[in-house]
Design a protein around this ligand. Structure first.
Ligand SMILES: Nc1ncnc2c1ncn2[C@@H]1O[C@H](COP(=O)(O)OP(=O)(O)OP(=O)(O)O)[C@@H](O)[C@H]1O
Ligand SMILES: [Mg+2]
Length: 370
């Protein structure tokens, strides 16, 4: 099978409406998301990049420390970039609040929910709420006329499904027996107060605290009537995550453990019915010259025999560096084989961390094969 040319990465990105950068911890998801966004803006697209990066590395890399928030901020780009670049630093709680505001029927309902301690707790700590709010945010920005491409950086995770299945998790929560049991009688006209009279709730109250239980019951009561809106929204988000408009790019580095993780990730995406559309192998050791480590070692021996100690040392170093590169090639091979029918980009390890727009653009150029 012939390898796709690097420009395939460009056409893949050009036809995407949403692009999700995923992979395990520290491989370069945030950097890749920023680099692809900058490149797409160079090509004339109006791009918004969302990061969920708790270390705020994207903001740093874009020279926007402290300036990014939950609303898109437009970034300055060099004059030859025909499009626009906007960036968002995801605030899960703020996004959840926005969702409540949109779905609630009255101002009073908004106030009741947002002020409820149980809500405040689940909005920031509900497992998967970060992933869901990232998906929610991408859905929101996908529908925003200002942008024609949304690039999404994801939280570090071994589980591709954490992100993909987040909307379903919310729906499952709303369909959960306990939730239904707490809410349903209220719909039948029964006063929530009656719950307190139920022995099981008295027991729960003793375990988790009567206040917490009261907050939870209040929350479910306040939530009543808007959960259909939430459920429908989650369904739409789920549809977008699985649609053709959304592309998944797996990012990996050439260490055998991260390659294993990337393979696992790709399998998980496949099992969820989602195609991996591109692979970025980041932080590769540059290959110095054309030869192998063996040929450099032979040259070192020859120089030694000629009593040229300096040249022997240089060839010896070259042999060691090439040996690292060769070991990396061996470890990424299973991944290259598995994803041989999608565009693959190689990005070299840089001497320094990526902390400015020039470095981000350099990585973008490598990804797009410029
Ligand atoms: N090709 C590279 N050369 C040198 N440094 C790099 C390269 N790619 C990424 N880095 C640096 O590695 C660190 C991790 O990169 P990045 O934050 O993009 O990874 P991540 O996958 O988003 O991490 P996390 O899983 O923690 O969110 C950053 O400090 C970044 O500047
Ligand atoms: Mg990151």
């Amino acid at each position: 099978m012939t390898k796709p040319s690097v420009s395939d990465m460009e056409s893949m990105v050009e036809s995407a409406r949403v692009l999700v950068c995923c992979g395990s911890g520290g491989v370069g998801k945030t950097t890749t998301a920023a680099a692809i966004a900058v490149e797409a803006a160079r090509l004339g697209r109006r791009v918004v990049v969302i990061t969920i990066d708790p270390a705020k590395r994207l903001a740093d890399a874009l020279g926007m420390s402290g300036l990014l928030g939950n609303d898109p901020v437009r970034l300055d780009l060099p004059a030859d970039h025909r499009g626009e670049l906007w960036a968002v630093m995801l605030d899960a709680k703020d996004t959840f609040d926005g969702l409540v505001r949109r779905e609630a029927r009255t101002e009073r309902q908004v106030d009741e929910i947002l002020a409820n301690p149980f809500y405040v707790n689940i909005a920031s700590r509900l497992s998967g709420s970060q992933e869901y709010m990232a998906a929610e945010k991408l859905f929101e920005l996908h529908g925003d006329d200002r942008f024609d491409l949304v690039v999404v950086d994801t939280p570090p995770s071994r589980e591709a499904l954490d992100f993909l299945e987040a909307p379903k998790k919310l729906t499952n929560f709303l369909d959960h027996r306990v939730y239904r049991w707490l809410v349903a009688p209220a719909r039948g006209g029964l006063k929530i107060v009656n719950f307190a009279a139920q022995p099981i709730l008295r027991t729960i109250g003793r375990v988790i605290g009567a206040d917490v239980l009261a907050d939870a019951v209040d929350f479910f009561r306040a939530f009543e009537g808007i959960e259909d809106g939430f459920r429908e929204r989650a369904r739409q988000v789920d549809r977008l995550l699985r649609s053709d408009a959304t592309r998944y790019v797996v990012v990996a580095s050439p260490r055998s453990d991260t390659v294993e993780e990337a393979l696992y990730f790709t399998d998980q995406l496949g099992r969820a019915g989602v195609v991996t559309s591109g692979l970025v192998v980041n932080r590769l050791q540059p290959m110095f010259g054309r030869g192998s480590s063996k040929s450099a070692t032979a040259n070192a021996r020859r120089a030694e025999n000629d009593s040229d100690a300096t040249l022997a040392l240089l060839h010896g170093n070259l042999a060691r560096l090439r040996a690292i590169g060769e070991a990396e090639e061996t470890s990424i091979k299973p991944l290259l084989d598995r994803l041989s029918d999608v565009p693959i980009a190689r990005v070299a390890q840089r001497a320094d961390d990526v902390h400015d727009l020039v470095a981000v653009a350099d990585i973008g150029a490598a990804i797009f094969g410029r």
